[in-house]
Write a protein that binds this ligand. Sequence first.
Ligand SMILES: [Zn+2]
Length: 407
Amino acid sequence: MSITIRNAVLAEAPDTRLDLAITNGRIAAVGTNLTPAEEDIDLGGRLIVPGFVETHIHLDKACILDRCTICRGDIQEAIQQVASVKAGFTEDDVYRRASDTLAKSVARGTMRMRTHVEIDPVIGLRGFHGVRRAIADYKWAMDAEICVFPQEGLLNNPGTDALLRQALEEGAEVLGAAPYVDTDSKGQIDWTFDTAREFDVDIDMHLDFGSDTSMMDVDHVCRRTEEYGWGGRVTIGHVTKFSYLPRAQLAMLAKRLADCGVAVTVLPSTDLFLMGRDHDHAVPRGVVPAHELLTYGVNCSLSTNNVMNPFTPYGDCSLVRMANLYANIAQIGVAEQMAECMAMITNRSAKLLNLPDYGLEVGRPADFVALDAFSPASAVAEIAQPIMGYKRGRRSFTHPLPQLHRP
Ligand SMILES: [Zn+2]
């Protein structure tokens, strides 16, 4: 089956209309006035992107809001609430909720994903196995990898280390961490680097969650990244403490992160919901200014994190909405910075995940999403609807353009 996509605008060249030829699931040509194919689609100058990339989402604990009660709305309560219902998770239950969340993500234009999955002696590997089955079912529309991590502690929670190792032996692609839940946070970080090196996997940590900047783990992570030669393979997520740093200190930290090759994922929806609960007015936003980190050469992504659970009681799995939410919180009004928000859910996220075959270039898999927008900046500003997607050259979803019924 051959397909030609006509009059598309690419983020890298927003002033040029291009055609894409698709053959055997791959991009065969990018140019102008390409030869007609069996299927010919005119996008009328709309934007196409190589699919959104979700770098940080929790499929195993998505959609459990109806089992939980939120009172304080802080991180400790969220961990406790999930811990109390997690004992009742079966593999089938995880599989169903992960499948529903994947379906929503596909419909919102996401085509690549890293999902974090909790491992501990209570859930064992049930969450991991349930998510893995769901990922296998959605292979036609989504390439997803699993990052296993100890949400309830590693050194404080005996038996967790052996289970994490078992998950890695069974093929978990990435090793995560949550050092802030262990008494010895640096000990957890050291174990994570040792184990990542042993299994030759990338690292993606939940780090520096909170507001107390006198105690931060980021320096230790940078040091270990350099010592282990793991630059380009380490990501830290949330890092809400960064948002409490004065600008000059943030700049120094950004240079350090860029130098040692540590990437940052910002999770605006969760951070806005959980942070600043000790304030009764002028609540701090707790969201890291990723666009400032970018100017120092740090790679950053924006991601969903949680969907309909005590960490984030919202969620439609829309990354373009997340980019808009971030732009709004970060007070971004300039088109170039707005376009960077699009990059942080596409190219930059793909770089963070070290995806070698991502992008609208000849020879790459024909993965792309058309948006009802005419530039990356307007797509973010207007939360543009993805109108269709192709995964490896096959249509994976369609949202017809709205039709007004005038009198
Ligand atoms: Zn997370």
